[in-house]
Design a protein around this ligand. Structure first.
Ligand SMILES: NC(=O)c1ccc[n+]([C@@H]2O[C@H](COP(=O)([O-])OP(=O)(O)OC[C@H]3O[C@@H](n4cnc5c(N)ncnc54)[C@H](OP(=O)(O)O)[C@@H]3O)[C@@H](O)[C@H]2O)c1
Length: 234
């Protein structure tokens, strides 16, 4: 797909990985609608990006947004959906664990209500995470939610054809999802990535390049592309 002149809707397109994808697609001539609960937090955005408000868990609002934006060619969701329960599973707060699956429900809503408005050669891209297939201690919720996201995309791909669906799985990426500041932040990223083949945090732009790859390549569907600095090998 040549993205120039195409229309993209990106949930979670106002921060981190989603915003980086929005900027790369807009720079390539795409008309991008970047959506989140508080889109003003994106600040000033480049020409080609329009901000809209919607919670991925609000099905009616999402269906209305899709009707307003339709038709479109590229549908992406990087929206976290809600909280993420971390820590050992045997000490897990089960409401927190259940709430971590809001990411899956948000992605499911995006597919269910967005697919019908996608152009025939259009594509959907979701964002999972390396713990889906290589879980470090304390990451059971990230692992089980991420694996569900990847399985959902594989399962839905044949039904969706000729439209395509793919997942990009980031490793440890330095984005606003991490509230730590200063030395604490630096120490966290060096320790979290020390065992990786490439021992540093990735950038949102590096993950966005993976997203743009699966959007542009018409021969890629039902798969997961890892952008993880070699975490899977650790
Ligand atoms: N950063 C990492 O190390 C890393 C690693 C593996 C996987 N991931 C995954 O990559 C994706 C993007 O993460 P990121 O690091 O770029 O995070 P981020 O900078 O915090 O961005 C998350 C985006 O999702 C939006 N969002 C969250 N809940 C939403 C909801 N209910 N409805 C609509 N929009 C919602 C946020 O905007 P509002 O708050 O305004 O709604 C924001 O635009 C997430 O799925 C995350 O789990 C990240």
């Amino acid at each position: 797909m040549n993205v120039s002149g195409k229309k993209a809707v990106i949930f979670g397109g106002t921060s981190g990985i989603g915003l980086a994808a929005a900027k790369q697609l807009a720079a390539a001539g795409c008309n991008v609608i970047a959506v989140s609960r508080n889109p003003d937090r994106a600040g000033e955005v480049p020409a080609g990006i329009t901000l809209m408000q919607c919670d991925v868990l609000d099905r009616e609002a999402m269906a209305a947004l899709f009707r307003e934006c339709a038709p479109f060619d590229i549908l992406i969701s990087a929206a976290t959906g809600g909280g993420r329960a971390m820590g050992p599973f045997l000490a897990m707060d089960m409401d927190g664990y259940q709430a971590s699956f809001d990411k899956l429900w948000g992605y499911a809503n995006v597919i269910r209500f967005g697919a019908e408005h996608l152009s025939e050669n259009g594509s959907i891209t979701l964002v999972s995470g390396t713990p889906a297939r290589n879980c470090k201690p304390g990451q059971v919720s990230l692992s089980s939610v991420g694996a569900s996201v990847e399985a959902l995309a594989r399962a839905v791909a044949p039904e969706l054809a000729p439209k395509r669906i793919n997942v990009v799985a980031p490793g440890t990426i330095d984005t606003p999802i991490n509230p730590m500041q200063g030395e604490e932040r630096t120490a966290f990223y060096s320790s979290a990535t020390a065992d990786n083949v490439i021992p540093r945090a990735g950038t949102a732009e590096e993950v966005a390049k993976g997203i743009v790859f699966v959007v542009e390549n018409d021969f890629v569907t039902g798969t997961t592309v890892d952008v993880d600095g070699g975490w899977l090998l650790s």
